[in-house]
Design a binder for this molecule. Sequence first.
Ligand code: SF4
Ligand code: SF4
Length: 128
Amino acid sequence: MTKEERIDNMLKLSGTDVRKCMKCGKCSGRCPAYKDMDIKPHQFVSLLGKGKIEVLLECNAIWNCLSCMACVERCPRGVAPANVVEAVRETVIRMQGNNGIKAEDIPPIVDELIPQQLLVSAYRKYNR
Ligand code: SF4
Ligand code: SF4
């Protein structure tokens, strides 16, 4: 996959329009994991918009994001920084060759309290 194809793929995975960002930084101001993010939420949006994905693919922030969606709620432009973080995370996992959960890897009972829907959606998500 070329770099351009990868950028295009990440934009599609995120499902958000990074061009609408007005660089106000409000998303980062609301982020509860701010201190642990070496790349801040608004920078995810900005860097993907500029096609500077190398730094995104190497950052630790994707593992520290809490997926709380506070940045999405705060954005006055309807941009979803959390989706960009998720798109980068998925891309890294795919590049590592871990894009897949085999049915036989899932034990019959994972946890009695985990809803069935969660397992099905995780199975679908990681087998795309
Ligand atoms: S979803 Fe992630 S990036 Fe967005 S506010 Fe929550 S922790 Fe921060
Ligand atoms: S809150 Fe929205 S518009 Fe402001 S920097 Fe973040 S993504 Fe961009």
